[in-house]
Design a protein around this ligand. Structure first.
Ligand code: ATP
Length: 437
């Protein structure tokens, strides 16, 4: 450990103390987590869940474990350094986050979580303190409680901080699933809007009470597995009229409210997976534009010139070799005259901080997607527009993040206006729901 010089303490957790340190050989700033208990054998270290999971998970939104050092029976994790955790960020915040900032943060958390769940792990202790932030990048940390999805119940050990604890855990189910992480995501998402925890229970029973106050009591007919849970009796006595979630989180859009409602479902089976969340309309950036005179579709297409530049692209969204996850997009490459139709502030917004937030690394990619997604909500049928109201959204997803077009073989008339120096526009119909874009 003599290579590392401790600069300051960053956190004092249950399992370890975390320090900011510098690698004196490389000048790299790192975080050093010194475990509180002693480790007398290497085998003990290698079997630690935190090590097993972090060694397997390699994702830009999951904290990287750089090195493990055992010295004098003490164990140190050398981790990539992050500036602060999400709790600190929210605490220091003077004004609420913009919804596009929340979208940017949550989409990253969900991408990290999707990777983790796909690789067979669930975190079990997601909370703002375990989400680390540097600038616009957020990463999941603290895998001390991470568990392999395939490990067999009963899971009897302590799980997750109370305020973010899923009801099936509070109700003392001994077999829970990665859906407990999705509950925590819902609670964190709500908190990002209000900057206050949504279920701040003071005890386990108070935690259930606070959940009932917002969601109402569970519908046991659709949630039969826990009918026999030992605490059912306790909460069936609550006589509560649930709050309207839109009143609890007044600054959230209807899409955000819907996503939070789905994530915070009593029934774990009703909670969307991380991948499904990323398809939710909340992540489908839409900015309505003033409805122009006449039919907007006609107007928009006619104003791109005599030969509208339309392309039908087939995208492979999969990142894993076994993924088969295709999307269909209709690309529209607008002319400058078309762009001029939209307010300048909208155009500047498309190139501002919000875009970086949504997709870190945005600046590194010169070419950005321009599409009207035809990817359907339910994955079984292609939606066709039924509403003539079109809205424009500025896509922030570079091709490299979501896959590359596999074919432009459906190419329609293409007018290649020289427009590459400006981000493309993503056209989407405001009524269309659930694409992953
Ligand atoms: N890589 C890092 N970079 C910067 N700060 C970090 C890093 N890892 C942890 N921290 C800080 O240290 C705190 C405690 O870290 P961590 O959650 O890993 O410890 P723990 O002992 O497992 O805590 P817990 O009590 O949540 O189980 C975090 O909330 C965070 O503020």
């Amino acid at each position: 450990m003599e290579r590392y010089r401790i600069l300051k303490e960053l956190g004092d957790g249950t399992c370890g103390n975390v320090y900011k340190a510098i690698n004196t050989e490389t000048s790299e700033i790192v975080a050093v987590k010194k475990m509180k208990r002693k480790f007398y054998f290497w085998e003990e270290c290698i079997n630690l869940r935190e090590i097993k999971s972090l060694r397997k998970l390699n994702h830009p939104n999951i904290i990287k474990l750089k090195e493990i050092v055992r010295e004098n029976n003490e164990l140190f994790f050398i981790l990539e350094y992050m500036e602060r955790n999400l709790y600190q960020l929210m605490k220091d915040r003077q004004r609420p986050f913009l919804e596009e900032e929340i979208r940017g943060l949550m989409s990253q958390v969900l991408q990290g979580l999707a990777h983790m769940h796909k690789n067979g792990y669930f975190h079990r202790d997601l909370k703002p303190e375990n989400l680390l932030v540097t600038n616009d990048v957020i990463k999941i940390a603290d895998f001390g409680l991470a568990r392999e999805v395939s490990s067999l119940p009963p899971f009897t050990d302590y799980v997750s901080t109370r305020w973010y604890r899923a009801p099936e855990v509070l109700l003392q189910s001994s077999s829970y699933t990665p859906a407990i992480d999705m509950w925590a995501v819902g609670a964190v998402l709500a908190e990002l809007f209000t900057l206050c925890p949504i279920f701040p229970g003071e005890s386990e029973i108070d935690q259930l009470y606070k959940i009932c106050c917002v969601l109402g009591p569970p519908d046991w007919t659709s949630f039969p597995e826990l009918r026999s849970a030992s605490r059912l009796f306790d909460i069936s006595c609550f006589d509560i009229t649930p709050a309207n979630l839109s009143d609890v989180i007044p600054n959230a859009s209807l899409e955000a409210i819907d996503l939070i409602k789905q994530l915070c479902s009593w029934d774990p089976l009703r909670r969307p997976t991380a991948d499904q969340c990323l398809q939710h309309p909340f992540f489908h950036v839409d900015m309505s534009i003033p409805r122009p005179l006449g039919d907007p579709l006609q107007m928009n297409l006619s104003s791109v010139g005599p030969e509208p530049n339309l392309e039908l692209n087939l995208w492979d969204f999969g990142t894993e070799k076994d993924d088969c996850y295709l999307g269909l997009t209709l690309a529209v490459n607008p002319t400058p005259s078309c762009l001029d139709l939209f307010p300048a502030k909208m155009a500047s917004k498309s190139q501002g901080a919000g875009t970086d937030m949504f997709c870190p690394g945005f600046q590194d990619h010169s070419q950005h997607s321009v599409f009207w997604s035809l990817f359907p909500t339910d994955h079984h049928q292609i939606s066709t527009p039924v509403d003539s109201s079109l809205s424009l959204s500025f896509s922030t997803i570079p091709h490299s993040t979501i896959g590359a077009p596999q074919s432009t073989g459906f190419g329609m008339t293409s007018l290649q206006t020289n427009f590459l120096e400006r981000p493309f526009l993503a056209m989407s119909s405001s009524f269309q729901q659930g694409r992953c874009l």
